[in-house]
Design a protein around this ligand. Structure first.
Ligand SMILES: Cc1cn([C@H]2C[C@H](O)[C@@H](COP(=O)(O)OP(=O)(O)OP(=O)(O)O)O2)c(=O)[nH]c1=O
Length: 191
C-alpha cells in the first residue's frame, strides 16, 4: 500500500487515531476555527457545512498530493443539534434527554486535493435508560465536555448503555472510516 499523506486539520485525538487505523500517513495541523452556523442551513446539513467551513478556513500547508481533511460531528435529537456541552449542568441535561430513546449522530467530512469530496454520514443510536446516578457517575469520571451530545460511544457509557446502532460505529466517534477510505482512494487512484 502507498501511504497517502493526509493533513488532518482537527484537534480531535479520536480522528487522528481512526485515520491511523486505516494505515494512512497522517500529520496534524493546528486549528483555531470559530464555527459559524448560518440560519439558511437545513439542520441535517449543518455538520457537512461546518466540515466544509473548517476546510476552507484551515491554514493550507499541503504539499503536492496531500489531502486536507476536516470533519464535524453532531448529535441530532428532535430536529435539534446537541453540540458539545458548555458545563456539567448542560451535559446532564443532554444525557437525560438522550436516555431511553434513539437519536442520530451525523458527521460531515471534507477532503480536498485539487478536487474536493465532501459528504455526511448518519448513524442511529439507541440509548438505554440512564439513571441520575449513571449520568452523574459518567460526567464526574469521564468529563465528556469535548464530545457532541456529552457522551463517547467508545467509553463506559457506550459499552454499558448503548444497546444498538444502525450504521457506522466510527462515525459516532467522529469519522466514518470506510467512507473516508473510499474517498481517499477516489482522490488518489494510486492506492
Ligand atoms: C457522539 C460522540 C462524539 N464524539 C466526539 C467526536 C468529536 O471529536 C466531538 C465532536 O466535536 P467536533 O466539533 O466534531 O470536533 P472537535 O472539536 O473534537 O475537533 P475539530 O473541530 O478540531 O475537528 O465529539 C466521540 O468521541 N464519541 C461519541 O460517541
Amino acid at each position: 500500500m502507498i501511504p497517502t499523506p493526509i493533513v488532518l486539520a482537527s484537534s480531535s485525538p479520536r480522528r487522528f487515531e481512526l485515520l491511523q487505523s486505516l494505515d494512512l500517513n497522517v500529520r496534524v495541523v493546528n486549528v483555531s476555527h470559530t464555527e459559524i452556523i448560518e440560519k439558511s442551513w437545513p439542520t441535517r446539513e449543518i455538520p457537512l457545512q461546518l466540515a466544509i467551513q473548517k476546510n476552507r478556513n484551515a491554514i493550507d500547508t499541503r504539499q503536492q498530493g496531500e489531502i486536507l481533511l476536516t470533519a464535524d460531528t453532531v448529535v441530532l435529537l428532535d430536529n435539534e443539534i446537541l453540540h458539545k456541552p458548555g458545563d456539567e449542568l448542560e451535559a446532564a441535561q443532554y444525557l437525560s434527554r438522550l436516555s431511553h430513546r434513539h437519536h442520530e449522530v451525523i458527521t460531515g467530512v471534507c477532503l480536498r486535493t485539487e478536487e474536493e469530496i465532501c459528504f455526511s454520514t448518519t448513524t442511529k443510536v439507541w440509548m438505554n435508560k440512564l439513571s441520575d446516578e449513571a449520568i452523574h457517575y459518567y460526567i464526574d469520571r469521564y468529563q465528556p465536555f469535548d464530545k457532541a451530545g456529552s457522551y463517547g460511544i467508545q467509553e463506559w457509557i457506550g459499552w454499558s448503555h448503548i444497546s444498538r446502532i444502525e450504521g457506522s460505529f466510527s462515525n459516532v466517534m467522529g469519522l466514518p472510516t470506510s467512507e473516508v477510505y473510499q474517498a481517499v482512494r477516489d482522490l488518489n487512484p494510486m492506492l
